[in-house]
Write a protein that binds this ligand. Sequence first.
Ligand code: GLN
Length: 546
Amino acid sequence: MPRYLFVTGGVMSGLGKGVVTSSVAKLLQLSGLEVSCLKIDPYLNYDAGTMNPVTHGEVFVTDDGGETDMDLGNYERFLNRDMSKECNITTGQIYKKVIDDERKGRFLGKSVQIIPHVTDEIKRRVRKLAEDKSVDVLVAECGGTVGDIESLPFLEAFRQMRMEEGAARTLFLHVSLAPELSVVGEMKTKPTQHSVQEMRRIGIQPDVLVVRGSRPLPQETKEKMSMFTSVAVESVISDPDAESIYQVPRLLEREGILKPIMKQFGLKSRLGMGAWNRVADRFSDWEKTVRIAMVGKYATLADSYVSVNQALTHASAASGVKSTISWIESEEFERDPAKLRLLDGFDGVVLPQGFGSRGIEGKIAAANHARANAIPFLGLCLGFQLASVAFARHALGLAGANTTEADPRTPDPVIDLLPEQRDQTDLGGTMRLGGHDVLIERPSRAFDIYGKEKIRERHRHRYELNQKYLKRFEEKGMRYTAFSDGGRRAEILELEGHPFYVGTQFHPEYVSRPERPEPVYVAFVAASAKKAARPGSPEKIRALAR
Ligand code: GLN
């Protein structure tokens, strides 16, 4: 029989509720329990697939092709386990199902209402997920902040589940914030009191409070919070800022978070933190630093490339090399091409994913600059495509070459729509999505990187390399060394005679985890570290000048 740990958030968004959820799930997993996570998104979109990464953060792709909330990426990275589409529920999915059922006459003439019909559908999905995954504990995080109108039906469903399952099978963990104004110098409890009052108003009394803050909560502040919120003082858990998100499980464990959870669930902890702590320790123990430029279209919000950042961090931690990442909006290179020289000051350039025609020319220029100036380069999905366009223009002399996504009338469509996309009109869930096997040719740099001929990687694209140009590319030293779908889709490019110039049509970042860094990222960080150490590199020149 599964247990349900419900995570809600108070005071404001952006508290790191996803990291708390992942960390608590990790501690339960390290205690020998079978655990999975669920993210509930109260918006009306069916899934995250059509959402703009600048406003909503990255779209995470699961192996089964789900386009999900970026928190699923955290769950996978912490638990080192694949999530599935069903691990992300939205209001859109719930309403669609209820309305479809109504049209089929399944409600037998009743008026269809939020309670019980919408809440029943929510509970059904939550329970089904726990059963399908055969978990001991399902950790379910509700997006948004308590008090939002749109999350009410979900919280009501949680309240009902407490009635139906009992307190030994349900636990409410509330994440809040103790803000501190520097002039006052005191961590304030009032916002937490108010958000717990809001929870109680809708019939939920939190069992555990996790309180974010810039520093640990003093004991008397915990006692005050406990008194006002009726949460036992040992269940008021302090969650101060940490150097790395991967240190949060240990931090919460030291605060004693497992005790009230295990007690309520009637479980015994066989906690073994050793292996995880060794992984987490790598995220602060850096020997040297490399400077990476990310040339993006959505560079204004760090969260829009969260998996890429994380994958770079995992590769860095594995190699003891800290990557400091600078984001550059690719349109800057369009406004002022002289700015491309900025890239010379970096040890590596990443050209990440993207859609649409804005900022494309700047990205192509960056891909070309890294090629011509021997700067280690990693192109991801759109980055792979634009590295191909840059090569066609500057090495094959096809000046008008482009991707048909940016220029449908280009004379040389080196990147073109996937054939099955031609008649596609719907935007949601219609790309080439999710895990596909990729076969690597040998000998090749790709084979050296992965050390095997078959890998499985995740995808999210509508365009691909037009293989009519394959021969011409290869004659000039741009090799395509991995393919999928029986050779129909090119998946990896690599440039001969360049220190490191690699692109992937897939998204290696979606499968990178602290306990399993993705090989192409590890190779890229190693190549960047090599450049940083080379005499004459800008880093060295600056050091000499000092
Ligand atoms: N826009 C490109 C395509 O659809 C690249 C997608 C991506 O970078 N994820 O193929």
